[in-house]
Design a protein around this ligand. Sequence first.
Ligand code: SF4
Length: 391
Amino acid sequence: MGKEIIVGEELADSAAYRRLEASIQEPESEEMRAWKDAGGKVIGCLYNNIPEELIVAAGLTPYRIRAVGSTGAELADSRFSQINCSLVRHLYDSAKRGRFDFIDGLVAANDCDHMRKLYENWKATIDEPYFYFLGFPKKHGEPQAARLATMLGDFKKSLEGSFGVEVTDEKLRAAIDLLNEIRQLQRELRDMCTSDDPPISGAQMLTVAIAGDSMPKKVYRDLLRQLVIDVRCMGDATRPRARLVIYGGEIDSPELLVAIESQGALVVADSLGGFGSRNCACDVSTTGDLLFDLAHWLVVDRPHEPRTFNTAPERYAYVDGICKEYGADGVVQVHVSMCDLWSYDRLNFDRHAGMRNIPCLDLDIEYVLSGEGQLKTRVQAFVETITDKER
Ligand code: SF4
């Protein structure tokens, strides 16, 4: 009998994976430093509603702000209240400590009130060469796509004026094509997890996705191409005890998934935001006016989030579809404390899961993982419940 292979174990042999993994350990990756050393500029993006294609078309590199390595949020105490979520508090603390000093500008959107407050505080207290705030519709119809296209036009002009570049249609098309290829490669990787013996763990998948916003996109695309080849060549892994889908907003560190998967379950798929499947579920079209196509993808085509009104049926249908496609035994719903948007959604989703007999575990987390022992115990109990039912 051959050697038993634990899920994702073989990835350690992939040089592409090792580089992707290394790139998310610090705010500024080696690849980003090389880009800066060559004279490139980096635009910090708050959250997942920033049209990265426009930034790439302007010859800049988008960087998703993450408070990697943060251990406290004391510097946020004077500007945020205890009812602000820990995500924005840690991001602000890290910014005040100069951990994002390599960025050449900051772009935010009106994702939620907490994020807006973060942007306002950042702008008021930290010098950045460039700031931009993008309005983002709360509805998801054709009129909103048209309105957003106009706002994207304003953002384009702002980038052109501030960085002395021209964003032509040709450059925008090339940027959309590049990001679409990245989405396709990520989907290819995710599709491999529909098998009975997925070759890559959920924590590794998240690592790969986060790396995509930690380095220049072309460097990432090339590493991703190689990674897909490497994963295809890997042997069958050990079959997990339980297959889980993770559902929630933004998770920008693999630690939580590592803790979940340490209990014998495998996160085979997700419905997460910027670093999750919702961001690569479909491509941006390039058949019409490119700004409109991009706006349409942002507000209509992508799977929705609770911030978009009246989208619960579509959101839950998306999770149901993933559960079916990936043969999930249950859903882990993750919620950052004090996040009002996802709090309401959580109650509704619990009801939805109950009506469909989908086993669901609710986890309250802080941005920096704490109480790991208790969390693991709850996951272990959940996995046992699911596997007991199946026996
Ligand atoms: S976790 Fe919730 S409250 Fe915090 S920034 Fe995200 S959506 Fe806003």
